[in-house]
Design a protein around this ligand. Structure first.
Ligand SMILES: [Zn+2]
Length: 404
């Protein structure tokens, strides 16, 4: 759809307001959750809210809300303002910009719908190894117990940080949310390659994460004959390729499997690898497929290690179930896109989002917009202003339909 010049300029202006915060020499941004840079992002968000003559509120865990009218029940449009280390400027921010644009349109149109735009703290797991902390705490959907004991990159405990900031690790559950919608960059290539303007998320894939410990024998690489070795890295290599096969086999169910971490000890040229740690991430939208992958991985890894005389240990780090978006919201967003003449398709989200926290407490939906070559968590991340406008328009059109 065609967007008015005023909308495009306003969207650009919002993007520019956040641009410099946390900029790094390489051209990316580092705005880790519960750090000064994330604070600055929230301060800027509050300032823009005030310019829009909206009320601004900060909750017990530091999430910031901009609202057009304080009301008992409201539609919540959310996303996050933190980033990964050396990340891009669109992940999270695009969703906040969309929310602000919707607030502006609602005011211009004299819409009576109560809307809040929420910026949730620490969505990325980069600082504490735990994602969606801000939205997880207020919905009580946090997936890890005792997160107060998690340490930041700087080595400070989350509970210390909360105490210093006068925040509450056990806040009251958020109330009055009639429904939750979020715009986010896709972080994949499906929309770009299919030439589609918006994606309507059906399910957010649930990650299961494991650490595998393989213990062999570190010996002299020159003095130990080939037939007398217990090489932990060779076992790891077999397991990595086996996991790829498992992933390929389950690809029909949109499942994926990755070994993203390899730690080799002692990691020396003249020593046979004695110990290897593998970090495994499997994701999918169907529990049965995830169960099969987990079971096969365990069986095969044990067989491989037994064959090679390697000790095998395994630790499950997380197990988040796939989370479905509301069918009603999906239908509503799809109809809204059709009314506006904006192309859309239904799709799954491989990455986690704040929307996961809200799905359990209210009707929840997500709109994806294309990002260049699917690049994300990278300084080269790029999404066009026109696509942000498209996604925001679809959400606004949908929300307008729910005006009471
Ligand atoms: Zn994000």
């Amino acid at each position: 759809m065609e967007h008015g010049i005023a909308d495009i300029q306003y969207c650009e202006r919002l993007f520019d307001c956040f641009y410099d915060i946390g900029s790094t020499e390489n051209g990316g941004v580092t705005r880790l959750g519960y750090t000064k840079q994330e604070d600055q992002m929230h301060e800027m968000f509050a300032k823009i809210g005030e310019e829009l003559h909206c009320q601004v509120e900060v909750d017990e865990v530091g999430n910031t809300y901009v609202m057009n009218q304080p009301d008992r029940e409201y539609c919540l449009i959310g996303s996050h303002l933190d980033s990964v280390i050396e990340g891009g400027r669109y992940d999270g921010v695009a969703g906040i910009i969309a929310g602000l644009m919707i607030l502006k349109w609602a005011r211009e149109d004299g819409l009576k719908l109560p809307i809040r735009v929420g910026a949730f703290r620490c969505e990325e797991s980069s600082n504490f190894g735990c994602c969606t902390i801000g939205s997880g705490l207020i919905t009580r959907e946090i997936y890890k117990q005792d997160i107060g004991g998690l340490a930041s990159k700087e080595g400070e405990l989350l509970e210390q940080i909360f105490r210093k900031r006068n925040l509450n690790l056990h806040p009251a559950r958020i109330s009055g949310v009639r429904q939750y919608v979020e715009l986010h960059i896709e972080q994949g290539k499906v929309l770009e390659e299919s030439g589609t303007s918006v994606g309507i998320v059906q399910t957010i894939a649930g990650p299961r994460r494991f650490k595998l410990y393989l213990r062999g024998m570190a010996e002299h690489s020159g003095a130990t004959p080939m037939g007398m070795r217990n090489d932990a890295m060779c076992a790891a290599s077999e397991i990595i390729l086996e996991l790829e096969r498992i992933g390929n086999k389950e690809a029909a169910y949109q499942s994926v499997a990755t070994v993203g971490v390899v730690n080799n000890y002692p990691n020396a040229l003249n020593v046979i690898p004695g110990e290897v740690e593998l970090g495994v991430d499997i994701r999918g939208i169907e529990n049965a497929s995830l169960d099969r992958m987990e079971k096969t991985l365990r069986e095969r890894a044990k067989q491989i290690c037994e064959k090679r005389g390697i000790e095998y240990l395994e630790e499950k780090l997380s197990d988040i179930p796939p989370i479905d978006m509301s069918a009603q919201v999906q239908n509503g967003l799809e109809q809204a896109a059709r009314r506006l003449g904006i192309s859309s398709r239904r799709m799954v989200s491989g990455a986690g989002h704040d929307a996961m926290s809200f799905a359990a407490i209210c009707d929840t939906g997500m709109v994806f917009i294309p990002c260049m070559k699917g690049i994300s968590h990278n300084r080269k991340e790029f999404a066009s202003i026109l696509h942000i406008c498209d996604g925001a328009r679809v959400m606004y059109e949908y929300l307008k339909g729910g005006e009471v």
